[in-house]
Design a protein around this ligand. Structure first.
Ligand SMILES: Cc1cc2nc3c(=O)[nH]c(=O)nc-3n(C[C@H](O)[C@H](O)[C@H](O)COP(=O)(O)O)c2cc1C
Ligand SMILES: [Mn+2]
Length: 502
């Protein structure tokens, strides 16, 4: 098996797996879909295919990525770490020694070569071609997500541009605020590659927006790759099959042949509009701010095109799992630059930019501070507002344990680093937009060279005694499921907890 080849194959797969619900009732894209979806996302429910959206003949798909299981199904992988391992395997390629290693190396190189997108003559995304006055965004079931949103927003697009100097392609997920039948705003935040392409042009640039792709390609539009790497190549690599492209009908930009809908158009330097407010993934409304206008020259689509959407807002939302996919998939790449990193976690409640918990193999004084600065220097991770560093044996995904280490191991005067640097475009908290304070908390063990007294040993039961008690547990006749002896308080059964609360 391979990942689903297009949105339809993906929908069919979700349906077979009991992961999709069709909704026949008429629903309003103005707020109503958000409220329905919000309840389903928070209950860990299925993807939703709204077949009867008021004012549009197109069905709307939402919550396709809303659980870890669906995210794994999207990649056809047993876990998100397995997807990361596939990438890490290629990144860690060494000059092969011996024949077997050479053949394996060649296979890996071939898997990279086969990842390059490939141009084909025609594709289903151009079954219907609408140009000029026929271009009409009113036909699409574009959602108004939250009460104070300025307008309907296209929320799950793959925006394709080229660097005017090098011709290098970029694909990014940047929302589009509907302005009228034939234009939208283009929400290129200042740290993003699409914006860099735009700033580089001295006139008009051609832009394509693909909607309704296979799930892997949709994911890669949200992936924070270095600017010179084509997201479609990552998509081809992770799919095990190249992304097929067709020429646009009004622009010289190639578009994914398997898309449900494509918007073709142009963006002219200094043609700006007020974008927002928009209920954002920070959990707050982003205020209006000037962004470029995207003027649409053609809409092409499948004859019965399905429109994909997503709602961001107060975490957790569906995009949490796109973020978690990035966290897992990029871990091997991060370890390439900072090999002392064991693992990291970007808490969903921290909206990804606000907090990073990282565990390290600590080897020298100031090592935790070195890693904080490394995080603040790595791609889009550089926007991280606070970094918490723990020792390698701490499970970064266990927030109770991390909290324990922060409380137990930190002398705030010695172990808290206040720094400053670039912050996320959408962060409303700093005094200035884009720039402000950074917080580093060193919750590792400290040595004398870091000004600490002798660090005490951590309490651990002797392994022989643990084994003995596990072996004899039934004999004691204590009616508790504590036979595992992992030292963790049980959250659910929790008679001990209830006892403590009395
Ligand atoms: C649902 C969703 C919506 C997003 N909306 C925007 C957006 O409007 N503007 C933006 O700059 N980034 C947005 N992002 C984040 C970018 O897609 C992400 O940073 C990506 O790396 C951008 O591509 P680039 O690295 O090629 O610039 C969004 C991400 C998701 C998952
Ligand atoms: Mn990019």
């Amino acid at each position: 098996m391979a990942p689903a080849a297009d949105l339809r194959a993906w929908i069919a797969l979700l349906e077979r797996e009991g992961e999709l619900q069709r909704i026949a009732a008429a629903v309003d894209p103005d707020l109503e879909i958000t409220e329905i979806n919000d309840r389903v996302v928070k209950a860990g429910g299925p993807a939703l295919l709204f077949e009867n959206v008021k004012s549009s003949r197109h069905p709307l798909l939402i919550n396709q990525f809303g659980t870890e299981r669906r995210m794994c199904l999207a990649f056809d992988a047993p876990s998100l770490d397995a997807v990361g391992a596939k990438l890490g395997d290629v990144l860690e390629m060494q000059p092969p020694q011996g024949l077997v290693a050479k053949v394996k190396g060649l296979q890996k190189l071939k898997s990279i070569a086969d990842s390059l997108p490939k141009t084909v003559r025609s594709g289903p995304c151009q079954e219907v071609v609408l140009r000029g006055d026929d271009v009409n965004l009113d036909a699409l079931p574009i959602q108004t997500c939250w009460p104070l949103d300025a307008a309907p927003f296209v929320t799950l697009p793959a925006v394709i541009t080229h660097d005017p100097r090098t011709g290098q392609r970029n694909v990014g997920m940047y929302r589009l605020q509907k302005l009228d039948r034939r234009s939208t705003a283009m929400h290129w935040q200042i740290h993003k590659d699409g914006r860099a392409d735009y700033l580089m042009t001295d006139g008009k640039m051609e832009v394509a927006v693909a909607l309704g792709l296979d799930p892997v390609t949709t994911y890669t539009a949200s992936a924070p790759l270095p600017k010179h790497i084509d997201e479609l190549m990552l998509a081809g690599f992770l799919r095990g099959e190249p992304v097929e492209l067709v020429k646009g009908v009004t622009i010289d930009v190639e578009v994914p042949a398997n898309a449900e809908i494509v918007l073709e158009g142009t963006i002219t330097k200094d043609d700006l509009t007020d974008e927002g407010p928009f209920g954002d993934h920070t959990g707050y409304y982003t205020p209006a701010e000037p962004f470029p206008v995207f003027r649409i020259s053609a809409i092409t689509m499948r004859s019965d095109a399905i429109y994909p959407s997503i709602v961001v807002g107060k975490p957790p939302q569906e995009d949490a799992w796109l973020g978690k996919a990035t966290e897992r998939i990029f871990l091997p790449a991060i370890k390439m630059s900072v090999p002392e990193i064991v693992d990291y976690d970007l808490p969903i409640a921290g909206a990804f930019h606000n907090c990073c918990i990282v565990s390290i193999r600590k080897q020298f004084p100031g090592h935790a501070q070195k890693v904080m600065h490394a995080i603040w220097g790595l791609g889009l991770l550089s926007l991280t507002k606070s970094v918490v560093v723990v020792d390698e044996r701490v499970n970064v995904h266990d927030y109770e344990e991390v909290f324990f280490r922060v409380c137990a191991n930190v002398d705030p005067k010695r172990d808290v680093l206040l720094s400053e640097g670039p912050l996320d475009h959408l962060d409303h908290a700093p005094t200035l937009q884009f720039y402000g304070g950074k917080l580093g908390i060193d919750a590792t063990h400290k040595g004398p060279a870091e000004g600490a007294r002798e660090w005490p040993p951590e309490i651990e039961m002797a392994p022989e005694m643990k084994e003995l008690v596990t072996r004899r547990w039934a004999e004691y006749g204590i009616a508790l499921d504590a036979s595992a002896g992992d030292g963790k308080m049980r959250q659910s059964s929790g008679p001990l907890r209830q006892l403590l609360r009395r």
